[in-house]
Design a protein around this ligand. Structure first.
Ligand SMILES: *Cc1c(COP(=O)(O)O)cnc(C)c1O
Length: 240
């Protein structure tokens, strides 16, 4: 487990690497947001992240995240943190997710989008989402099949007016960063194609959420705008 004092040094290091990867790809590093993934880590780690000037935090389980979100909100953390839900979401947790998260990365069905929409309508808000795509096709991964993307996203746009779609998310297969590259390229190509085919005010696919501790450099070279990084900032987790 990383000592607290290492967190800000790790953040600086990762931000430098993000900037270098952006440069290699001829991109502006400002297009890329580092989302600090704090699942399994205590609230004190999130305070360190905030102190270091990072305001985007990712959690993958609603039940674990809500107490952390409430604690920091009650402390009056300013500027406020932006919370990203990155793990699989069950429909019965959609209400809590809508209440607490700014961006839900892991929408993988029309059914879930409809639940999110229902709660967003009730709360008189809009709930931005990303659609998770199983680009690599592994059976163990969540996400819609790329071949169904036009249909599923079209239905979400038609039936879920309070759920604007801000882009796509994917998980690369385990393995080397280079082995992940085709998955990232695939997500970018799919986004570009959908942007052509689906003209709708609720569809603004500005974000590609892809890349984690081991492969974020390659993901940035392939167009990532949101990189989700946990262990490279905080040390190895004990579970998950
Ligand atoms: C845990 C997790 C991450 C971060 O993984 P690290 O390898 O620790 O950087 C990113 N995305 C999702 C969906 C996760 O569950």
């Amino acid at each position: 487990m990383t000592n607290l004092s290492h967190i800000s040094a790790n953040i600086t290091q990762i931000q430098n690497e993000i900037a270098q990867a952006a440069q290699r790809a001829g991109r502006d590093p400002k297009e890329i947001t580092l989302v600090a993934v704090t699942k399994t880590y205590p609230v004190q780690f999130i305070r360190e992240v905030h102190k270091a000037g990072l305001y985007n935090v990712g959690e993958n389980r609603v039940q674990e995240a809500v107490p952390k979100i409430e604690t920091l909100r009650d402390e009056g953390t300013t500027p406020p943190l932006t919370w990203h839900l990155i793990g699989h979401l069950q429909s019965n947790k959609a209400r809590l997710a809508v209440q607490h998260f700014d961006l839900i990365h892991s929408v993988d069905s029309l059914k879930l989008a409809k639940e999110i929409n229902r709660h967003a309508v009730a709360a008189e808000k809009t709930q931005p989402i990303l659609v998770q795509v199983n680009v690599s096709g592994e059976e163990t991964k969540s996400g819609i099949h790329p071949g169904n993307a036009v249909e599923v996203i079209g239905e979400i746009l038609e039936l879920c007016p309070n759920v604007p779609i801000h882009g796509l998310m994917t998980m690369a297969p385990l393995g080397t960063a280079e082995a992940a590259r085709p998955t990232f390229t695939g997500l970018r190509n799919l986004r570009d194609r959908l942007a052509e085919e689906l003209k709708h005010p609720g569809f603004d696919p500005r974000h590609l959420s892809m890349g984690m501790s081991n492969d974020f450099r390659v993901a940035i070279e392939e167009g990532a705008t949101l990189v989700r990084i946990g262990s490279a900032l905080f040390g190895e987790r004990n579970y998950h």
